[in-house]
Design a binder for this molecule. Structure first.
Ligand code: NAD
Length: 485
């Protein structure tokens, strides 16, 4: 299937589409066929600097734009994406591989950040109060952080771009967006929609590149850059935090996960199987929120695992564009190789394969939906982020053991619990080290909820009222006693 012609393939700097300096390009593939979809301009460090020049130049006037104007531009973006949902979904399925039904879901989710932050834009408040000694007056106000670098991953090409750019726009920040080289097309289409909606030149700049580090590193040395918002792996996040420390940038870091999913013997088993299926196979398992380790209380483990294997083993695998496809390819050959290595190691460690267990012999990068039972605690598939359609299951005996297993990782993005005991849910919410807890549900992401992790899963929150704070500075104005003359 061909890419819609509306999709831009150039850089977007200072309100203009342009080629990369030096004219370089790189290919974007359809992971379901490995065919080239488009050649995209490959930004250099000089292009990145031109993008920061534009963002810095536009910052003051954008910050002064009436909040209502910013809100209405965001709202116009929401309407435009919603009107063009099918086009966005098609582009996303082609470049990333997810089934069309899931791509449509991401369009709705991604657009919702524009609507949510259009509503937040007009609600940036401060406060005024007398100091406790009754003398000084204290005025506390907010102002935009300033030009921001937004670096996004390949797995949710629209939602990650809107989850960062919408609060930045609402707060009055200009930005340079660097999308992932594997999936830049959706972000470029989104940029064109926002430009058509009327976002002024220089406010949004987009620089796809194949050489991320070399292209963005010089920006960190420039004092005009004030903020980094990054979503991606913890490994790259650490490198960027070090770079951001030179100029003490504000940072928001949405990093890797290793989500535990706990099923207690008082759970409704239908709810738990469906929840585990959704938490594992949403986005083909290529989500930071994907259930990575499934722990089931011993008495129900056999039945739960058999039912989960039946569900996962019978999903329809194919090109995401085709009707009925429930699982597309993984993103590339390296990802498929890495996932296969995790499964082979788990089997060598004594795990039983109840479904799948190998790559599929067809064009593109497909891996069979897989369920593993009796997986030992130390297996790599339990300690590393799988990022694919593989569900490893192990058992536990007591709640204390389940909590210890859940917390036995440096990560803490999201955790899932299945139980009908409300007190137990609340206890777990207090005991599990996690930024988000899903109770009896496999999917809880919502633009109105604070998304983010603890421990090495990140810093800061996206979405919700917290999301806009990431792009605002607090300024305190101390005023002398107004009665002293
Ligand atoms: P990645 O860390 O390889 O890349 C993320 C982004 O950083 C890409 O745009 C990439 O080009 C860029 N990048 C890589 N090295 C860079 C460098 N030296 N300087 C500047 N930019 C650089 O991650 P990925 O493979 O694209 O995404 C998968 C990872 O993202 C997983 O670990 C997943 O858990 C995480 N993720 C987290 C969240 C969250 O909200 N916590 C959401 C989605 C994905």
């Amino acid at each position: 299937m061909k890419l819609p012609e509306s999709v831009p393939t150039q850089l977007f700097i200072n309100g203009e589409w342009r080629d990369a300096s030096g004219g370089g390009q790189f290919a974007v593939e359809d992971p379901a066929t490995s065919e080239v979809l488009a050649e995209v301009a490959d930004a250099t460090a000089a292009d990145a600097m031109a993008a920061l020049d534009a963002a810095a130049e536009a910052q003051e006037s954008w910050a002064r734009t009436a909040p209502r104007t910013r809100a209405e531009l965001l709202r116009a973006g929401f309407e435009a994406i919603t009107d063009r949902a099918e086009e966005f979904a098609t582009v996303m399925t082609l470049e990333m591989g997810k089934p069309l039904a899931e791509a449509r879901g991401e369009v709705a989710y991604g657009a919702e950040f524009l609507r949510w932050f259009s509503e937040e834009a007009a609600r940036i408040h401060g406060r005024y109060s007398p100091a406790p000694d009754g003398v000084q007056r204290m005025l506390v106000t907010k102002r935009p952080v300033g030009p921001s670098l937004l670096i996004t991953p390949w797995n949710f090409p629209l939602a990650m771009a809107t989850r960062k750019s919408a609060p930045a726009l609402a707060a009055g920040c200009t930005m340079v967006i660097k999308p992932a080289a594997l999936t830049p097309l959706t972000t470029l289409l989104y940029t064109s929609v926002m430009a058509e909606a009327g976002v002024p030149a220089g406010v949004i700049n987009v620089i796809p590149t194949r050489r991320s580090g070399a292209t963005t590193e010089p920006l960190f040395a420039d004092p005009r850059l004030r903020k980094l918002s990054f979503t991606g792996s913890t490994e790259v996040g650490r490198v960027l935090l070090r770079q951001a420390s030179d100029n003490v940038l504000r940072t928001s870091m949405e990093l890797g996960g290793n989500a535990p999913l706990l099923v207690f013997d008082d759970a409704d088993l239908d709810v738990a199987v469906t929840g585990a299926f959704n938490a594992k196979l949403r986005n083909g398992g290529e989500a930071c929120t994907a259930a990575n380790r499934i722990y089931v209380q011993a008495g129900i483990a056999e039945e739960f695992t058999r039912r989960l294997a039946e569900r996962i083993g019978s999903v329809q695998v194919g090109h995401g564009i085709d009707d009925g496809t429930q699982l597309g390819p993984v993103i590339d050959a390296d990802a498929r190789e890495r996932i296969d290595g995790l499964v082979r190691d788990a089997v060598a460690d004594g795990s039983r394969v109840l479904a799948g267990g190998s790559a599929l012999d067809r064009p593109g990068y497909f891996y069979a939906p897989t369920v593993l039972a009796d997986v030992p605690a130390g297996a790599r598939v339990m300690t590393e982020e799988i990022f694919g359609p593989v569900a490893p299951v192990a058992t536990f005996a007591t709640e204390d053991e389940a909590v210890a297993l859940a917390n036995s990782t440096p990560f803490g993005l999201i955790s899932y619990v299945f139980t009908t005991d409300l007190s137990r849910s609340l206890r777990l919410a207090e005991r599990i080290e996690t930024g988000m807890l899903a109770v009896n549900s496999g999917v809880i992401s919502n633009p109105a909820a604070p998304f983010g992790g603890v421990k090495q899963s990140g810093l800061g929150r996206e979405g919700s009222a917290e999301g806009i704070e990431e792009y605002l500075e607090t300024v305190y104005v101390g005023i002398a006693d107004p009665y002293a003359r």
